[in-house]
Write a protein that binds this ligand. Sequence first.
Ligand SMILES: [Zn+2]
Ligand SMILES: [Zn+2]
Length: 328
Amino acid sequence: MRAMVFERAGTPLREAELEQPVPGPGEVRLRVRGCGVCRTDLHIVDGELAEPKLPLVLGHQIVATVAERGPDAKRFEPDELVGVPWLGWTCGRCRYCRSGRENLCDNARFTGYTIDGGYAQETVADERFCFRLPDGYPGLQAAPLLCAGLIGYRSLRLAGDAERLGLYGFGAAAHIICQVARAQGRRVFAFTRPGDASAEAFARSLGAEWAGSSSEHPPEPLDAAIIFAPAGELVPAALASVAKGGNVVCAGIHMSDIPSFPYELLWEERLVRSVANLTREDAEEFMAVAQQVPLRTEVEVFPLAAADEALARLRSGAVNGAVALAVD
Ligand SMILES: [Zn+2]
Ligand SMILES: [Zn+2]
């Protein structure tokens, strides 16, 4: 089977013919239809995340059909359409797993990072960590739900019951979470890169009542802000924009250093926290939301062999919505 293989930071992916993967007990072999491209993939190819499996097949927003069931795998029928997210396996035994926090599992494995992912014609996955996809997302419309949507949704939940919500960085995650937040009756304020009129217009088209530059203050204080962009300087900027008691949630897996800032930005019970990974419960809950709302996802599609081009396109910041690879 054909795959795009990551071998070393700073080098292009290599198109390779790999052995067909064999599903172990409780696993399914999947025929990949497509796979979303995530900013985390950029952090991996840039060498910003420690110790990826090498060589590695990237990709953790996999839309696929079940090709074969391994021993004891019976959750899905052959040919059933499933999604595979970032969380690929947890131990079920550590203190985090035992307390409903499997996103923090000490022994977790991650799709397209510590186990092979979806930049390939086929992959295998533990069936317990695969999900049925919501109806109404044809083609690769569901791909960005699997990380941008899912981890964005966890971030939204951790932002609390904020009525006035700021979203910093209006990419794949924000374009989905803006719609979820609106459906929940929240007011959305979108912060984009300075001068990015196209992103501002995109945010307004999805229900943001205000869109402006991340260097601006919103027209009124926010109750919470979620930072999707990997820029540490947005943390003090967001703290300066939230009201007393406001939450600032950092949603990314990697961020540049946060500059020092005066304590008064944090004072009055403002809170800064990060979001790590997802639990299966998050996924089930979010897929139900995606079914119910329904969400409109914008996806720019590239062929599998153009994975480097797709990564470069995501890096450019010029995408309104998400990027995905189509696998034939
Ligand atoms: Zn991701
Ligand atoms: Zn664990």
